[in-house]
Design a protein around this ligand. Structure first.
Ligand code: SF4
Ligand code: SF4
Length: 239
């Protein structure tokens, strides 16, 4: 593949994989990234020193590089940025170790913007990346807690490895082995006040987080709205 050797930053095969996406659509999405008011503070140019790659935990385990993101954004490479929004950006753990960049860049911040654009536009990568989290989002909104033990199922968390299978089969036993009585359940963590749940919902509503959820999972969004609107009504809260 001669083009690949000419430009090591570009994953030629992957970019070519999105050749069927209209150029205008790619430009529209990438333009949203550049138009974000944070962008100018997150990217000043890149020395290609590789310090961000050296400190990046995701770069150690995946075919991923914050330098590649910074370079693509710096060069305004629409095709490559589109490919990264469909693939690379979901490998970032958002730890922001890359803030050590001597040029003052924030590759993790650029990725945050790219993710937000991907989610707001319902890109297929965003739907896939967030698929396993719909149960968690529902759990947070309905109980105020995140993962409960009964959610440790291999189909929900395929990236957690084969041990999840063993754990999920013996959950009740594992929980009974824990001394505090409150840990003996597999379906709940702890009790959260109704008022806290409502506040959480209103924050998500006002900040646009619920709109983002609608873009990636319309069914989940409908359920959340239904559950929470009932709660608001019961509490006599008008929006
Ligand atoms: S924020 Fe992302 S890109 Fe930056 S160091 Fe962490 S994992 Fe790597
Ligand atoms: S640390 Fe900064 S200057 Fe160096 S490669 Fe990464 S983004 Fe570029």
């Amino acid at each position: 593949m001669p083009a690949a050797t000419q430009d090591p930053l570009r994953k030629v095969d992957d970019v070519a994989g999105f050749a069927d996406v209209p150029r205008a659509e790619k430009e529209r999405l990438v333009a949203e990234v550049f138009a974000d008011p944070r962008f100018a503070d997150y990217l000043y140019g890149c020395y290609e020193c590789g310090i961000c790659v050296a400190v990046c935990p995701s770069a150690r385990f995946y075919d991923f590089s914050p330098r590649r993101i910074a370079q693509a954004a710096g060069r305004r490479d629409v095709d490559l940025l589109y490919q990264q929004m469909q693939e690379d950006i979901w490998e970032c753990s958002q730890c922001f170790s890359c803030l050590r960049c001597p040029r003052g860049n924030n590759p993790g911040g650029v990725i945050t913007i790219m993710r937000e654009v991907a989610v707001n536009n319902g890109m297929s990568s965003a739907r896939e990346a967030l698929e396993g989290y719909s149960r968690i989002i529902y759990k947070i909104m309905s109980t105020g807690t995140q993962v409960s033990p009964d959610m440790l199922q291999p189909d929900a968390f395929p990236d957690w490895g084969p041990e999840v299978q063993d754990v999920s089969e013996n959950l009740a036993l594992w929980r009974r082995a824990l001394p505090p009585e409150t840990h003996h359940t597999t379906s709940t963590g702890w009790s959260v006040a109704e008022r806290t749940l409502i506040e959480l919902y209103l924050i998500w509503l006002e900040t646009g987080a619920l709109d983002m959820i609608r873009q990636v999972d319309e069914g989940l969004h409908m359920i959340l709205e239904e559950v929470m609107e009932d709660r608001l009504e019961e509490e006599g809260i008008e929006r």
